[in-house]
Design a protein around this ligand. Sequence first.
Ligand code: ADP
Ligand code: ZN
Ligand code: ZN
Length: 746
Amino acid sequence: MPEAAAPTCTAAPDAPAAVWRVALPVPLPQLFDYRPPEAPGQGDPVGCRVRVPFGRGGEKVGVVVATAAPDEASGALKTVSDRLDGPPLLQGELLASLHWLARYTHAPLGEVLATALPGPLRHGEPLPDTRVWGWQLTEAGRTACAGMREGRPRRLAHHLAGGRIDEDRLDQTVEGWRSAARSLSGRGLAERVELPPVRRAAEPGAGPTPNAGQQAAIDAVLSSHGTFQPLLLDGVTGSGKTEVYLHAIADCLARGRQALVLVPEIGLTPQTLGRFRDRLGIPVHALHSGLPDGERARVWAAAARGEARVVVGTRSAVFLPLPEPGLIVVDEEHDGSFKQLDGIRYHARDFALVRGKALDVPVVLGSATPSLESLRNARSGRYVHLRLRERAGAARPPRVRVVDVRKRPLDAGLSPELLTAIERALADGGQVLVFKNRRGYAPVLLCHDCGWNAQCPRCSTALHGTPMTVHAGGRRLQCHHCGHRQRVPDACPDCGGLGLQPQGAGTERIEDALRARFPDTRIFRVDRGSTQRRDAMETLLAEFGREPGILVGTQMLAKGHDLAGLTLVAVVGIDEGLFSADFRAPEKLAQLLIQVAGRAGRADRPGEVLLQTHHPGHPLLETLLGGGYPAFAEAELPQREAAGFPPATHMAMLRAEAKQVEAAESFLHLAREALAHAAPRAALELNGPLPAPMPRRAGYQRMQLLLTAADRRDLHAALDAALPTLYASPEARRVRWSLDVDPVDL
Ligand code: ADP
Ligand code: ZN
Ligand code: ZN
């Protein structure tokens, strides 16, 4: 980029040319110094976006994060090309919290800031217009209206004849209105007008009167307003947690404050949004990955200007500016979608707590199946623990029955008992959900005769095993946790049978089998493949309606949607989850089973849940059936502590991949040395380098190094000390590497 050479517009000679330190979205740990632009603009540049020359002839957009006094070296600096913001885009609490996030994830600040901004803002576009626009007929339009020809323009004109309508409403009510509006305005019949911002759209709808448990929870949230207080709302599915949120949000609005509600990716349905809008009586802003970039930027701007009073959003909504904060809610706080698995690996729930603390607002974490992390914090008294033990209203908990399928003939993994139960439910006019948990990568080697499965002798614990994964074309078993290997046995070591099978029938095979068995029944499949588009699931579920039929689906169906006609939930393929390599697998499985079971019998009809397994006596299932999720958590937490796993300890995962496995290995060996050198031996446990659970992907060999520390500070200190060595090493240039603090997928 050539230096600007206009001699007429140099800065005033007496103004000291400070240095602007810019965070750029590049995978390098440092900030970049520039001289201020020719037109430095008004006010402190910290928090403003700038366009700067970078690399050979390139340009990047970054954020000024500090200014410094010039020194001898400053003369050689390049100059900022443009200051893109007058008043800073990032400021105050949000900027400070993002600084914290960069330190916590040990990620370059510029990459963290870029992650926090919607695409258009990240690329330097101005903060979008958030004014509300509507359409109205002109004088001529009103006259012409009656005599217009049939068609979309006429239909739109008739809508507008009753008065002006805002564009959001038109989106919802008049199909194809945009082209119709262009046509009308081209003929001078209609015009676009700015509308005053809407603070109150309608009278807030009345909800059910809270029961005693809900009222206690509401009171607890209200009484912590204006202070940072995490509250764990631990309530069974259908216990009325959302009602508690709604009351707390209404109170927050009444105090003139903004509320932010985080929901899992698949929880943000039109149903949910409609319920919030109706009950709160104000526009509710939605933010999710299905929105066009421009719309995401508009929601960001509306939040920054304080126009958005309630935002319901998925993971990235945790980065919204909240100039008038009042409340943060994280619904289904245990949900895996809150953790970003690539780029900046942040956890939205955890970052929501950091922001809540910085903003002095209560943070409500709601779940029927809280994460063990949150339960541990509730037990230790760091979080207020609020419990809702019963379903609200008339709905009763479902009956749960275990179906033992050892030695039973299976059709695409479905047992005769299960098929009979489905038949009966359909005959009674009910709806059936056949749920197949496809989570987890590692296939399991299972004996169909006795239920034996290959487990690592070095990693299994009493409550859950660690499977050996089948490798080398079916000849070798390997443990991804400790590296232990052995040959695949010819016969079952327990019963001598020859029925050893890798597990796995997907939803498509199940759908086919059900079609063959129930040819006259409506069968719908819901999974990532069948519902690519965001609204496809809505359409499909609307079609499913209340008539008898079968839904086959993955965890996409586990929550969010109210399936009021559901009377039977059949869960198949859980055995993979019982023996997964991930120490969190039992927790994920317990959560999934409880959440899926919670789909049955939501309203008027009682529900039944069938769990099909080769392990009817598995301690996890027995514990869950006997005492529900609380009993599971009660048993699992001490096990985690005994085994030295989170939440009792703290982990970070260093991953490396390369075309040659040696490159990944030698980088991680270097890392291991640097980390061991940085931390006293007892403070940090290092496991690896080991092959990743998916050791090869897209032609890359993947290795990992797991760091575990009893004290979080030791973990961060070791990383702080070792990372500069890694960044500077030639080994780093031969691999793609990443660091994941608090990894969720080991
Ligand atoms: P959750 O969020 O815990 O799953 P919801 O708040 O969605 O529960 O409530 C489940 C159902 O029970 C909803 O249909 C809701 O309207 C109803 N409900 C909630 N609280 C009450 C109450 N106090 N009395 C009657 N019905 C209620
Ligand atoms: Zn066997
Ligand atoms: Zn092992």
